[in-house]
Design a protein around this ligand. Sequence first.
Ligand SMILES: [Ca+2]
Ligand SMILES: [Ca+2]
Length: 216
Amino acid sequence: MKLFCVSAAIIAAAGSASAAILVSWDSTGMAGNEASMPVSFAVPGISSATITRGPGLNANAGANSFNSSGWQFGDATDYVELSFTIDPGYSVNLTGFQSASQASATGPRFMGFYTSTDGFASPIFTTDQPSAANLNINESLSLSGLTGSVSFRFRPTANIAPNGGTISANGTWRIWDFNAGSGNFIDTNFQGEIIPAPASIALVGLAGLVVGRRRR
Ligand SMILES: [Ca+2]
Ligand SMILES: [Ca+2]
């Protein structure tokens, strides 16, 4: 009876979670041409978080950023990818994304944010960088029930640069911290909730019951 009560309490708690930053990456102090951006935070249940370049891009220096050149419109290998893995037994609901970008005068002006949930088919939002200046990105997301590995890619959606011409392979595009003003920079992050799956927790509870019986 005591074991049953403990199991029921764990199952009841499984449905509760609160929206917060789930995973973040820090560009502060980067040279810009590293192979990836370091993870600064991940909640328990999220692992293997990375920000990397597609194979069609080149690493490019740019202080406090993750910077790339070699952009060609229509090249499917030209993307910056944000990826993380949701551990077995959890699901994730994403509600927000924060970052910032900057394109050079001949870099890509319009960038779509694609997801692996539809095979990177349609952008869930598009950024417009009309000048070669910082662009804060602060988007609401509505992606529920995510499990396993999830990836997002920034890719050009038009062959247009901030200077009005076409994208040049020498042009650059970087992501870096969201600028909250007054010298306050927020690491690139996804917000939402992570939820332990009730089914897997119920199984753990049942396993506990079986072990308890065998010991008697
Ligand atoms: Ca930072
Ligand atoms: Ca390329």
